[in-house]
Design a binder for this molecule. Structure first.
Ligand code: CA
Length: 666
């Protein structure tokens, strides 16, 4: 049968009525007495379950145990119950169709052997670290989220990470407390690395680049391998190269949970980067073996479309795949206590699917606001079925108020386009950007660019992520062509502080790439997805070199957490913003921060000066306190603790390339 033959069948009402099954119990359902295997393979003539001692043929103790025929219990639904305790046994499905037999992993597998070739039956209870029950009660209470985007290997690969060598690049690196950099630090609070450092920064969530099982790294190969991991293999299993033993299926599960537990103990939530929009290969994927063409979006001619620009794209509008996505997300939230999901190329998913994910998460976790956000764009043409809307920026209004989108308009307005290397933004010299910056502050709820969020809660504000240049590199490239990426320059530092100052005073949820706060550089590598770990990893020595910039970020995060306005992401809150000036590379505005709950400051006055010179402005009537300026972002703390901060009034000077925040009681 061709792709077109399949498409006609999948589009038919008859197929939709008889072959689609709404149920949650797919995969290997373990108990001590028996394991039930259940899989969906609508056109298979025969399916067998094969049991093995190991995850691959190339390891010690390898060998075939037995195979059994599965029975079709409903149309397309195959099942086999194998009596006995099979915990730790590896398995595959053998699917016979049109005279061909293909062996594949269970797409619902919860554990697997090295490199994800075979699933593993697992007693999940035995994978829980001690105290895991208590972790289940962990709740992220902070309504003002600050997201830190981090790659598991980047976090601890560097020799100065202070993490013990056997944990470097692994999940377990997050469990080590008390790590320090190489340099002796005098000032209290400085010098920390690893988990302690994350805690000191004040971020509320760590967002991990793909940590489910991906294909591009040989899990039993050399430690020098590196990939971001946007090539999904097994959606419901942690990646094996971050585990201390990739061969034993239960190890990566336990260690992943230990990582989550450690972050939770430090008061930090965990967001997973999920890449349901395509699979590393369609041809070799178990989806394609079990239900040819079903899980993938098809063009009119029946062939696979490629909206991801990675060879294929999945079809969220098809019921069994939508159900797969919803259940996969729920599984991570329940089993691994995950606190948020970031959807890669969310524009390839339909808005109905995204809203259903939001609804199901809220239903399953009524007391915990699990984050849902994603990239509201696609990478290439995508023929989504009629009647469905892609979750792209222009359709943001069709998304739930609690589904966020990365805001490329804000990102590019602040520091320049990600596609044009030398093009600057507001901070680094582009003129005429004042209105775009004001819109960024108000989370684009003014609809000025032809799209309009339901509320500021839908916006993720950022100037750097794993894609494209790091913020530092972009600032270097736009400031002086001859600049060295590793040169410490005051002018670039000022612009870096200013970018952060804007991000943290916008209404949307602040997000930044790990290391942005210590001038992370990849030496101008714009797309480091498979560059060396040396290029990619967090340089902990650089963190010590740029501690003052770190302090600035820490100050901004702390200040933001003290302002009620930034916790209010309702559409009504936008009315509390009042713009005074938007011209000549200056943006000035006030925020009505009086919520009647004993706020530290009822009114805020904020100035962005992108000029290369001082800017003189006049504060509205009254005595103001300087909370942050170009020099320091922790000035608010002085008044906070001593209540004796000298006040300012009337004319104030805003230094070149800086932001200033003033606050006053009414
Ligand atoms: Ca893998």
């Amino acid at each position: 049968m061709t792709g077109l033959d399949y498409k006609k069948i999948y589009d038919s009402e008859d197929f939709k009525e008889t072959y689609l099954h709404e149920r949650e119990d797919f995969g290997a359902m373990y108990s001590k007495e028996e394991t039930v295997f259940r899989v969906w393979a609508p056109f298979a003539e025969q399916v067998e379950i094969c049991l093995y001692h190991t995850g691959t043929e190339e390891e010690e103790g390898a060998g075939f145990i037995e195979k059994r025929f599965m029975i079709q219990i409903e149309k397309g639904l195959w099942q086999c119950t194998v009596p006995g305790d099979w915990d730790g046994t590896y398995y595959t499905y053998r699917v016979e169709k049109e005279g061909r037999v293909t062996e594949c992993i269970d797409p619902y597998a919860k554990a697997c052997g090295a490199n994800g070739q075979r699933g593993m039956v697992v007693n999940l209870k035995t994978t829980n670290p001690s105290g895991w029950d208590k972790d289940a009660n962990w709740r992220q209470m902070c309504p003002d989220t600050v997201i830190y985007e981090l790659h598991v290997k980047d976090f601890s690969y560097h020799k100065d990470s202070g993490v013990k060598p056997e944990y470097r690049g692994k999940y377990l690196a997050f469990t080590q407390k008390g790590t320090k950099g190489a340099k002796k630090q005098k000032r209290i609070g400085r010098g920390s690395t690893g988990l302690d450092y994350l805690k000191s920064l004040g971020i509320t969530h760590v967002h991990l680049l793909p940590a489910f099982d991906y294909a591009s790294v040989d899990e039993i190969g050399l430690e020098e391998q590196f990939n971001w991991g946007y090539d999904p293999m097994n959606y419901n299993i942690p990646e094996g190269s971050y585990a201390t033993d990739a061969r034993r299926g239960e190890v990566r599960i336990r260690e992943f949970k230990q990582m989550v537990q450690a972050l939770h103990s430090a008061g930090i939530g965990v967001v997973m980067d999920v890449v349901y929009n395509h699979t590393w290969s369609a041809e070799k994927s178990s989806f394609q073996t079990l239900a040819p063409y079903y899980y993938y979006r098809q063009r009119e001619d029946g062939e696979l479309s490629n909206g991801s620009a990675c060879g294929n794209e999945t079809a969220s509008e098809r019921k069994m795949f939508r159900q797969y996505m919803v259940q996969s997300v729920l599984y991570w939230a329940r089993e691994y206590h995950i606190d948020g999901f970031r959807f890669d190329l969310m524009g390839l998913h339909d808005t109905q699917t995204m809203n259903e994910i939001r609804r199901e998460l809220d239903k399953a976790f009524p007391n915990k606001k699990i984050l849902v956000y994603g990239e509201p764009w696609i990478a290439d043409q995508s023929p989504m079925e009629e009647g469905f809307y892609p979750a792209v920026k222009k359709n943001v209004e069709k998304l739930d108020e609690q589904i966020g989108i990365f805001c490329d308009d804000t990102r590019d307005a602040i520091k320049g386009s990600v596609f044009l290397e030398e093009e600057p933004g507001f901070v680094n010299g582009k003129t005429g950007m004042e209105k775009a910056i004001a819109s960024s502050v108000g989370a684009w709820c003014d609809g000025s660019e032809g799209w309009k969020p339901v509320a500021p809660s839908q916006l993720i504000t950022y100037v750097s992520a794993h894609d494209n240049f790091t913020l530092w590199d972009k600032l270097v490239l736009t400031s002086d062509k001859k600049a060295e990426f590793r040169e410490k320059r005051e002018d670039i530092l000022a612009m870096n502080r200013m970018c952060a100052g804007i991000v943290f005073t916008c209404m949307g949820t602040p997000f930044f790439q790990a290391g942005e706060e210590f001038a992370r550089t990849k030496n101008g590598d714009e797309n480091s997805y498979q560059s060396s770990p040396e290029i990619n990893c967090l340089d902990w020595a650089r963190k010590e070199e740029y501690e003052e910039l770190v302090d600035y970020y820490r100050g901004l995060i702390g200040l933001r957490s003290q302002i009620a306005f930034y916790k209010d992401k309702s559409i009504q809150a936008v009315k509390r913003l009042h713009f005074i000036k938007m011209e000549k590379q200056v943006v000035e505005f006030t925020i009505d921060n009086g919520y009647g709950n004993g706020e530290l400051w009822d009114m805020l006055y904020i100035v962005y000066n992108a000029n290369g010179e001082n800017y003189l402005t006049e504060l509205p009537e009254g005595q103001w306190q300087t909370l942050a300026d170009g020099e320091g972002a922790d000035k608010w703390k002085r008044g906070f603790f001593k209540k004796a901060e000298p006040s300012v009034s009337g004319k104030v000077t805003i230094t070149p390339k800086s932001i200033a925040v003033f606050g006053k009681k009414v």
